[in-house]
Design a protein around this ligand. Sequence first.
Ligand SMILES: Cc1cc2nc3c(=O)[nH]c(=O)nc-3n(C[C@H](O)[C@H](O)[C@H](O)COP(=O)(O)O)c2cc1C
Ligand SMILES: [Mn+2]
Length: 502
Amino acid sequence: MSPPPDLRSWIELLENERELVRVTAEVDPDLEITEINDRVVKAGGPALLFESVKGSRHQLLINQFGSERRMCLAFGVERLDDVAAKLEGVLEMQPPQGLVDKVRGLQKLKSIADSLPRRVRSGPCQEVVLTGDDVDLDALPIQRCWPEDPAPFITLPAVITHDPRSGVRNVGMYRMQKVDKRTTYMHWQIHKDGRADYLLADGKLEVAVALGLDPITTYSASAPLPKHIDELMLAGFLRGDSVEVVPGKTIGIDVPANAEIVLEGYIEKDEVGLEGPFGDHTGYYTAAEPFPVFHVTAVTMRRNAIYPSIVVGKPPQEDAWLGKATERIFLPAVRMTVPEIVDFDLPIAGAFHNCCIVSIRKAFPGQAQKVMHAIWGLGMLSLTKAIVVVDEHVNVHDYNEVMFYVGANVDPKRDVLLTEGPLDHLDHAPTQQFYGGKLGIDATRKGPLEGTREWPPEIEMSPEVKALVDSRWSEYGIELVGAAENGRMRQSLAPLRHLLRR
Ligand SMILES: Cc1cc2nc3c(=O)[nH]c(=O)nc-3n(C[C@H](O)[C@H](O)[C@H](O)COP(=O)(O)O)c2cc1C
Ligand SMILES: [Mn+2]
């Protein structure tokens, strides 16, 4: 199944898959939608298309990403790991051996070349063009999410800028607090590429904001790519079809042709305003801070444009699945730099930057510590506050299993590493913003090479006896809930248990 090319076909797919409910009752974008959506997200419920939002003619889509199944539908895969496999194929390209290999290599290279955005002359995103006094953000059903938020916030934008030096495009997802009809703030946190473009700007920086894209392009805006890689290229690669762009009407930036809504505008280097507080994905309100002011010079739209939204807050929320997609999709890239890594898990309850569980193929003393330092030096993972390292056979997604090894294998005096470094912009716990403590827990097995006593063997039943009990199970007459014929837990139930635990 190929991924949906725009938001409307995505909505159609969700509807066909019984993953979307249309709400016709009038709802208030001021807090009410948050509470409705919160109940639906927590119950693992469907995407919601609010057809009648108080004060606006536009429909509002929310919870499009709120489950693993919908995330997979968005990418057209069975499991999120299948997306990673595609990326891995390209990352691990070796010099080809023989003709078949060469052809395969060329196909892979072609898939990269085909990923580049393609400029087209016109696109549905400019069916309606509003400039000057016609620009009116009040017409959009922008949500005020939580009671102490001072204003409505645009929460699911793809914000496009270009590096003033290199010209390379950047697309990121940064919330935008509405100030008035033609102005918002731009929440560019200090570690982000968008902010780097802004800091490099001399005076004025043009900005385009795309709202309501096909799900892969929306996801790509949230992906932590290195600065010199254009997120629209990742989107094209993951879609298997390049993203079409059209020139902006009032700015020199190309915008995604399939967008429901585009805000065009600019930011003046020295103009900031007090943004926030905002009920954030940390589960707390982040304090008001100065952020750049975004002036909107044009709003372009499809006819009957659909406005996309998301609410973050105490986990789990819809953004959990955007984060999980990143965890899966970026595993091959992480392994490229730290090859002993087998798998990693960023628990949803850890808001992604608070905790990372990683399993490694350990071959030498101190390797767990090596991996901790590598993670603390790797892209956005560098902001991770706590890292737990386990051996390769441990399932990092099974938190009980991880807890078992943390309890069983750790001598806190020997295996806990306390250090310090950069922390997430939004983390309120450190004494000083942006900088503070880091915790590493080495729960791998140790050995004499690491100065310990002989490590005892782990208990495992022998394969012969397991096979014997498998074959004789029916004779025993024992019925277990959720178990297969042989008394073992069914494999297919594992993901379900996993979900329930979240
Ligand atoms: C729903 C959602 C909201 C986000 N809001 C912000 C935000 O307000 N500010 C920010 O700097 N990052 C925010 N992020 C994270 C960035 O989108 C993410 O770090 C992305 O990689 C940034 O792109 P960049 O590295 O190209 O700047 C948000 C992510 C999601 C999924
Ligand atoms: Mn980027």
